[in-house]
Design a binder for this molecule. Sequence first.
Ligand SMILES: Cc1ncc(COP(=O)(O)O)c(C=O)c1O
Length: 382
Amino acid sequence: MIYLDHAATSYPKPPQVLAAMNDFLERAGGNPGRSGHRLSIAAGRIVYDTRESLAELFGISDPLRILFMQNATYALNTVLQGLLHPGDRVVTGGMEHNAVMRPLRELEKRGVQVDVIPAESDGSIHASACADVLRAGARLAAINHASNVTGTIAPILEIAKLTHAAGAFLLVDAAQTAGVLPIHMTDMGIDLLAFTGHKGLQGPPGTGGLVLADSFDPSQLDPLVRGGTGSRSEFEIQPDDLPDRYESGTPNGVGIAGLGAGLNWLKEYGMDVLRAHEIELTTRLREGLGNIKGLHLYGVNDPNLSTAVISFTLDGKRVSEIGYRLDDEYEIFCRVGLHCAPAAHRSIGTFPEGTVRFAPGPLTTLTEIDATIRALERIAAS
Ligand SMILES: Cc1ncc(COP(=O)(O)O)c(C=O)c1O
């Protein structure tokens, strides 16, 4: 079996992740932040440790600004629905996932002006293209750090400078980059970061969240959900304290324990080592696929400007057929179609059929990449 679907979710998870989740349920199964007994305290400790690891990873100083949510979608919705009001203007890019586009299209119906900056056919976004809309009074720029269709990395630093010069906030969708590329929110000027735990961070599904920059004032952002927090139980109104303002209901303690172990694994392994490995894999894969007659590669050619995500089409073959044959004949698992990002496919010219997407991961080997190229050669020839 060759697993090339890490952009959907990473698999297999490091054994430490499974062990930490098992351990949490066996030995720390209390409700964190609720009761005062030792199981609750042990669970709270694990959750807090994971907050600390994430704060360090994302370059903020206050771990309480790590807000756990069930995934990146939830975090993106929290910002878009909690920050934008009728009459506000928001700028976004032509490579966004539906986790951004769908809430924005809904907000548009309610009177928010949505400006989509077109992307190039290789998935690149030019920061300068956002400048006019930002200057015209946008409240927010919502930008994908790297596309889940082509892997193309957006120029976040430049966009952040323009965004702040215009007095707007910058929301970055780091679903594809958390745990893959260095993200230092303070240095990069990111106000709000949505991350998911089950992809590059090696955690289980059901983990992720929103990170507020140290400088971001939470009174600007309404919570999406209100309810029990274990704190200030005497009040029937939502507390303003962080992270409770945004974390209602029992948290996914077992998932957060797994995520913490994923983060430790990542730190021990070294994100730079993993990135170098993924660049080697994608370089080989692009080269090999590029030599197949009738195969069209999308995205940028320079692997330094892309994550390990490769999209392609093959003349005369439906993407669904390619995906099926890879699975059925070669046990190669990938994703085909629109990858929840129709806007991105419109930008690169592959709408509505979509692409075949290969996304190798940390433990993918060069031998597996070579086997994948050979499989594609055979599929192309038959
Ligand atoms: C770019 C991008 N944004 C957002 C998401 C949503 O992530 P999740 O499904 O974990 O909420 C994904 C997931 O594939 C993604 O690739």
